[in-house]
Design a protein around this ligand. Sequence first.
Ligand SMILES: [Zn+2]
Length: 315
Amino acid sequence: MTLTRDDLTDLERWGYDDGFLTLEEIAEARRRDQEDAVATGSRPASLPSHGLSERGRRQLAELAGTAALDGERPADRPRPAPEPGAARPASSGEARVAERFDADQVRAWLLELGRRVEPSDLAPELRAAAYAYLDGYRGDFEWMAEQRRRLERYQSLFDTSLKGVLNVWRADLLHEQRERERAVRLRTEAAASQADPAAVDVHAIPAGGYAVRKSQDVVTFYRVSHGELGTRWEGYSFLRQVIGGGRDRYLGRVGPGARYAGERRADLAAIAADLEGACRLYGQELGICGRCGQILTDPTSRALGMGPQCRRRPW
Ligand SMILES: [Zn+2]
């Protein structure tokens, strides 16, 4: 397999490295689709893009033993008509059956499986569950959309695809489970730190550089930043100690609703108690404005430890 990481977008995003479906399996399913299509006289699917780059799709096409790519469909070439009444050839793709299944049981099974779903796992009720999950899927994973289009076209999917659908389901369930666990952990941390009277609310410290004088000669420098809105780090604060030569020391992050109770809590309490003073000290000592990061060259700005615009901005 010569696909590189650069060729993977959607697949990689969905844990291709964990591998819910290998590229060989996609290629194999596609090859059988083509054979099936030729045998039944239906229009064969062109190779899927699967979010792959042009080069990736070409490699996938070679792997599948066909030069067909999107835009060059074998169906456009003349092809013998199917014999009347010819039976659809047997394949591993089970006809879509209205099998009963217990969604809760399938979910529990997927969560406890501890490995990827394999084609040998596919009992009739699991196939039915895979079809149902595909039907109700509202996510944005292009591979799933592709399976829906194939299902519309062929009325059934191969086990390799159904297995893939179940592995997408499993990945979704594991993701939801991790997010739930994360939420519980954050709540627990927040509750513990709220109960600590020495803990500091670092979320209230605006992003920027601050300094604390430890003695006549010793000043410790800090940087506070906050997670971007709309990202998974929204509500987090990040603490660093500024050390020369770009070797800042990461002191840790504080989750939403939590307070900082680490070993630098005295310094951070001092900063929180006098934001402007700590920020000016940073600027005076380093010659860099703690609020905007600009180098301070003007004598007044250096003396005050802050640039003119930042001095006017209210805290
Ligand atoms: Zn500034």
